[in-house]
Design a protein around this ligand. Structure first.
Ligand code: FES
Length: 235
């Protein structure tokens, strides 16, 4: 798999973005909370699974941020003025990414996709680690950090051009960020197709994050705005 060679869609699963309404998930996609863990210095490192919701054949996930029955839609979007207009680029990742080449690793990134999960900040940050990736420990940590990023903002390749992606089963994670006291985006994993309200199918990727606070300026994708607006799924 490579960001230049499109990933095949996970068969049978789909997320449909509806106009000014929820995400309709079909095909029996497993749904659970995923909680960001951290190291002794408070840097994001690792994940743990929280509440599980099974794998219903179809469900509607709130994307306006206003439901009283989160993560599911309760129809509040009809009365709270939610504007779900999709403004995200429809170009593939490879066509708009910036590159940073290190001795052993190359980093590609699209900053607007950042979901503020902060896995890239540990041990001096992924960019610095890539630049000294001829050091085995730096290389290993860089790969680990990029793989923990839920949004796919950062993608690493080795010297041969091979993509270094984590193996993610098709599933949906509801990100919780206890260090920041915020709830994060919807973490779509394993190549599940995301279809826009007008029928366009976004590039199939191993991992993307979808907005669920209702405030992203890059809908349907998360741009980290949940941190600023203090989004909490329990409210
Ligand atoms: S999208 Fe329906 S309540 Fe939020």
């Amino acid at each position: 798999m490579s960001e230049e060679t499109p990933m095949p869609a996970a068969p049978g699963y789909k997320i449909k973005v509806t106009a000014n309404g929820p995400y309709i998930v079909t095909g029996g996609v497993p749904l659970s909370e995923w909680i960001i863990c951290h190291d002794p210095d408070g840097h994001s490192h690792g994940w743990r699974e929280g509440r599980k919701f099974g794998a219903p054949s179809a469900y509607a996930l709130c994307r306006c941020g206003g439901s009283k029955t989160k993560p599911f839609c309760d129809g509040s979007h009809f009365s709270n003025g939610f504007d779900g207009t999709e403004t995200a680029s429809r170009e593939p990742f490879a066509a708009r990414s910036m590159e940073l080449a290190g001795p052993e690793l190359t980093l590609s990134e699209v900053p607007v996709l950042c979901s503020q999960a902060r896995f890239c900040q540990r041990a001096g940050d992924t960019w610095h680690l890539v630049q000294k990736s001829d050091d085995a420990v730096s290389k290993e940590i860089a790969i680990e950090e990029a793989a923990e990023c839920p949004s796919g903002r950062i993608v690493l390749r080795d010297k041969s051009g091979k993509l270094l992606e984590p193996l993610l089963p098709p599933s949906i994670g509801l990100v919780e960020d206890p260090v920041k006291g915020r709830s994060g985006p919807i973490w779509v994993r394993g190549g599940i197709a995301v279809e826009a309200a007008d029928g366009f199918v976004y590039e199939i990727r191993n991992r993307v994050t979808l907005c669920r606070c209702g405030h992203s300026n890059n809908k349907p994708f998360c741009d980290g705005r949940h941190v600023k607006v203090k989004f909490r799924s329990s409210e």
